[in-house]
Design a protein around this ligand. Sequence first.
Ligand code: GTP
Ligand code: MG
Length: 546
Amino acid sequence: MSVSDSAELPANPTDASVQSELEREVARRRTFAIISHPDAGKTTLTEKLLLYAGAIELAGAVRGRKDRKAATSDWMELEQQRGISISSAALEFELQGRRVSLLDTPGHKDFSEDTYRALIAADSVVMVIDAANGVESQTRKLFEVCRRHRLPILTFVNKFDRPSRDPLALLDDIESTLGIAAAPVNWPVGDAERFRGVYDIQQQTLHLYEREAQGQYRAPMDISALDDPAAKELIGENVYAHFRESLDVIRSAGTHFDVDEYLAGLQTPVFFGSALTNFGLEPFLQALVDLAPPPSARPSDSGIVSPVDERFTGFVFKIQANMDPRHRDRIAFVRVCSGRFEKDMVLFNSRVGKQLRASRAYRFFGRDRETINLAYAGDILGLVNPGQFAIGDTVHTGEPLKFLGVPRFPAEHFGRVRLKDTRYKQFDEGLRQLEEEGLMQVFYTASGRREPIVGVVGALQLDVITSRLRSEYGVEVVIEPATFTAARWLPDPSAKFTLGGQGAVANDRLERTVVLFSSPWELQYFERQHPNVTLLAESPQGASAA
Ligand SMILES: Nc1nc2c(ncn2[C@@H]2O[C@H](COP(=O)(O)OP(=O)(O)OP(=O)(O)O)[C@@H](O)[C@H]2O)c(=O)[nH]1
Ligand SMILES: [Mg+2]
C-alpha cells in the first residue's frame, strides 16, 4: 500500500468553519511506526516520547532493576525477561491537539513480519540509528520497505551519551548507505560523558541538558545562544571548538531541511540525542507534531480510498491473544483507512463476506485498553475477535473492497511440538489462537494431532511459542527441530504427485494438503518433476502463487 499524493486534506486542522467533523478529525491524526536494527533504542525512545508527551508520568526501562517499571510498549512477559521487543505495540495519546498513534516495532529479523505489517499501518516512520554503529543491516531492509511505500522518515540518532561516531560521518553513512538525503535539524554538542545537548540549526539556539539520575523524569534543560560565554564554559573549550567546526561545515555544505522533500520521502530530517538520558527529546517530539503527515489516501482493489471518504474502511494488520490476563480475549488491530467508525456498527469482512456487529472496540496504550465509541481514519482500532478475523482482512461498510499488500512471509524454520503433559484441549486451543495471530503455521503429519509440526519465519519465534503456551495456556511443550525448510499448499486436492527424500505430506487445520520440503533443492526438484501441480506459499484463503 503506498502513500498517494492524491489525499486532499484540508490544510488547517483547526479551521472548523469550512470542515466537516470527519475532515477535522482526520486532519489531526498522526500515525507512525518506530523502526530500526535491534537494540538501537526504539522502545526506550517510545517510552521517552510518552513521558515528554505527558502520556506517562514516569518512564520505565527496557531492562532494569526489579523495582523499576517496565517500558510501556514491551508489555509481554518474554519481552521483559529478555529485554527485547517481540511484538509490535500500539500506543495512542493526545498531544497539542493531535491524536497520535505510535507503533513500536521489534527490530530482530525473526520478528520482522510483525514489523512489516506495522509499517503498512503507518503514515510515516521514525528511524532510530545507534550513534556508535551507524546504519545497520536490519535498518537498511526496513528502510527499503519505507521507500517502496514512500513513507516520510524522521531520523533520530540515539545514544550520544555513549562514545559515538562523528556526526558528519553519521550523516554521510545515512546518505551513502540508504541513498536518501539527510538534513540535520539539530547538531550534537560533544558525545559520551561530554555530551551536553544539541544545537537547533534553524532557531539558532543551544539546548543544554543536565542528566537526571535514571532518566525517569524529564531532564532539566537550558536554552542559550551559540556564543553565550557561560554555555561555552559549561561545554568545555575542546568540545566547543570541535562542535563549532563541524557545525560550520554542516551550515555551509550540509543538506538543508525541506519539508516537501521530507514528505515526498526524498529527504530525512536528522535529530541527535540520547533517549536514555532524555537529551534532545523535546525538539524531536515537537518535530513529530509539526512535520509528520496526516493519513493519506490508500489504494484498494476498487480504486483509491480517501481518508475523508464518509464510509468506514480499514484492514486487520495484527491479531493478538491474551493481552489482558483478565479478559483472555483476542484482539484484531485494524488500521482505519477512511471514514468514521461507530460502536455497534455493522461491518463486512470482505474475505468471508459476512457481516458482524462491532460491539466491543478499544484503543490501546501498550497492554492497556480503553473502550471507544468512535474512531476515524488514521486510528488503530482494536476489535474483539472471536475467530472472525485473519491478518490482512478488509473490514468496511458499503460496497465490497479489499486493501492489498499486508505481507505474509512463508515459514522457513520448522519444529515438532511435543506436549509434555495431558492438557491436550488447552494445547490445541493455544496452537489455534497463536496460528490465528500469524505467529506460526501448524501442520499435522501421520504422527497425529498431538505432535504437530509448526513453521515460523524466524527461529526465535519457536521460543515465543513455547513461552506463550506456558504462560497463556498453561501447557508445557518442547519443540524439537524438524528438518524442513519450506511448506507449500496444494490447492488441487486431486493432484497426483510423488515425493522422495526427506519431505513429508501433511494437512493444515482445515485438512488441506501441504507438502513439507526438507531443502530448497528438494522443492525445486518437485517443481521440475510436477510442472502441472500448483504450489502455494500461503494457505489458500489469502493466497498468492509461489
Ligand atoms: N547508553 C544508552 N543506552 C540506550 C539508549 N537508548 C537505549 N539504550 C539501551 O539500549 C538497549 C536497547 O534499547 P531498546 O529500547 O530495547 O532498543 P530497541 O530498539 O527497542 O530493541 P528491540 O526492540 O529489541 O529491537 C537497552 O539496554 C537500553 O537501555 C541511549 O540513549 N543511551
Ligand atoms: Mg524494542
